[in-house]
Design a protein. Structure first.
Length: 497
């Protein structure tokens, strides 16, 4: 796969005189928006996909997780490929792959084809996402202008989260579930032509090489883990294939740790960085955040539509109060973290979100919206405080030249956590048609998520920095503490929510 990607890279032209920085920013934000939109837009369509294609809960889990797994498995490698072969090339290839996957999703005749197409979509998203930030950084080289541009980029990404359920609900109600995927195709074609014409090529001449063993092991670890959780929650979950897959996942985890430790600074996932308590806790909190949020959201959307019988658009409108605070509060949370450090915003965000999740344990199929709204608001406010804090803490915990890598690892932790969370939550809740059993499973998922948030809050309040975060490049030591003089490298990691 890596060899094919490199061959394709050489066929994509990297020319282009370059447009105005603002125009480049708009095009890159379009690509970033599409990547994040497809994280949430599919949730509101799940019941219609299930009835239309005859998919059970495990099939719907794979529809969501196929995208998340490909994105999580390839994101770190995509940043390195962009450094080596050019970020413009990666973005253009990412758009092509994402658009082709979207078209295949919209035309899928069955759930197996849909899952495969979602994997293709995720591969395109992984190639696209890191390059958007790298290209914006090149278009805005000045410190103040670059910070404002990245703020716009992050804000547009935040808007994709509430837009997903709203747009998805409207499209599913008006045109059917296939429309949520087919809509991407014309947007991708416009963005592809626009980016090809105005974006200048950029690469990192001193970029580290591709960690092929790490890529292969990570690409085995996440799908095997997810398969074991999804199939383990079905009748016959203790079968030989499920147990064998769990053993493979454990072996891949051990092998990845050994390989990455041996490769040291050239590893895709340098383990020395995790010796820093702040970095480890920030990524643990980030993974927990998506594990609980996306896992609970998966079950919640089935609950709202299958048990409370809300149509897709109404279900999408219902959860806007969950995502709207994230878009509104994220900039404030970032400034607050800059003033007082990551410890209090992250800890408070986790505890507030835990309170919201705990309230969901009292919701029943006959509950009105008044019982849901406080839970959604608390949950969303907590995420709005937490998200920028864990990103900032991860970046501030490493040397300046490793900030891009730290951000990419943080993104990967979130996507991997989300994929596993959907697998676990679906396994616990079971089928919506099971009635009281599904409601009990929904409450168990919400309560378990709340407890995990509390545990993560304790770790954050004890180990994250409780002071002003250092400026980029303030600590120039490598992760092993030795002194080193080296130019700053960028891996194109982003701040995806």
């Amino acid at each position: 796969m890596a060899g094919a990607a490199v061959s394709l890279l050489r066929t994509v032209p990297g020319a282009g005189k370059g447009g105005s920085p603002r125009t480049v920013l708009v095009v890159m934000c379009v690509g970033y928006f599409l990547v994040l939109l497809d994280v949430t837009i599919v949730n509101v369509a799940l019941p219609r996909i299930g009835s239309g294609l005859g998919a059970d809960v495990s099939g719907l889990q794979w529809v969501v997780d196929g995208y998340a797994l490909a994105l999580a498995s390839l994101m770190l490698t995509a940043g390195t490929l962009g450094d080596l072969h050019g970020h413009k090339r990666l973005v253009l290839i990412g758009l092509i792959v994402f658009g082709a996957g979207s078209l295949a999703c919209g035309l899928a005749p069955g759930v197996a084809v849909l899952v495969a197409a979602r994997v293709v979509q995720g591969m395109g998203a992984a190639l696209l996402l890191p390059g958007t930030l790298a290209i914006i950084s090149d278009a805005f080289p000045e410190g103040a202008g670059q910070a404002k541009a990245i703020g716009v980029w992050a804000g547009i990404g935040s808007l994709a989260l509430p837009a997903g359920p709203l747009l998805g609900g409207a499209l599913v109600d008006g045109f059917g579930w296939r429309a949520i995927f087919l809509l991407n195709v014309p947007i991708v074609l416009v963005a592809l032509a626009w980016a090809g014409a105005i974006v200048r090529e950029s690469r990192e001449p001193q970029a580290r090489g591709l960690d092929l063993p790490g890529l292969l092991l990570a690409s085995l670890l996440l799908p095997a883990t997810t398969f074991a959780f999804i199939q383990g929650g079905r009748p016959g979950g203790g079968s030989v294939p499920v147990v064998a897959t769990a053993v493979v996942a454990l072996a891949a985890l051990v092998a990845l740790a050994l390989v990455e430790r041996r490769r040291g600074d050239e590893a895709m996932l340098p383990l020395a960085l995790f010796r820093r308590a702040g970095f480890s806790v920030a990524n643990t909190a980030a993974g927990t955040m998506n594990l609980c949020t996306l896992g609970t959201l998966f079950v919640l959307m089935l609950f709202l539509q299958s048990l409370q019988h809300r149509p897709p658009l109404e279900a999408g409108l219902a959860i806007v109060p969950l995502f709207a605070p994230l878009a509104v509060l994220a900039p404030f949370g970032g400034r607050l973290t800059g003033w007082i450090g990551a410890r209090l915003p992250a800890g408070a965000g986790l505890l507030i979100a835990a309170a919201g999740l705990a309230l969901l344990t009292g919701v029943t199929p006959s509950s009105g919206y008044g019982a849901l709204l406080p839970a959604f608001l608390l949950w969303g406010v907590g995420l709005g405080l937490l998200t920028p804090a864990v990103v900032a803490a991860a970046i501030a915990s490493v040397p300046g030249e490793r900030s891009g890598l730290a951000s990419a690892i943080n993104n990967t932790a979130r996507q991997a956590g989300g994929a596993i969370g959907i697998a676990v939550a679906g396994a616990i809740a079971g089928r919506p048609g099971s009635g009281a059993h599904f409601v009990h499973g929904f409450h168990t998922v919400a309560l378990g998520s709340a407890l995990l948030y509390v545990v993560a809050a304790v770790l954050a309040l004890r180990l994250l920095p409780g002071h002003l975060l250092p400026r980029a490049g303030h600590d120039r030591r490598p992760a092993d503490g030795r002194t080193r003089q080296s130019p700053r490298r960028r891996t194109g990691g982003g701040t995806e929510k």
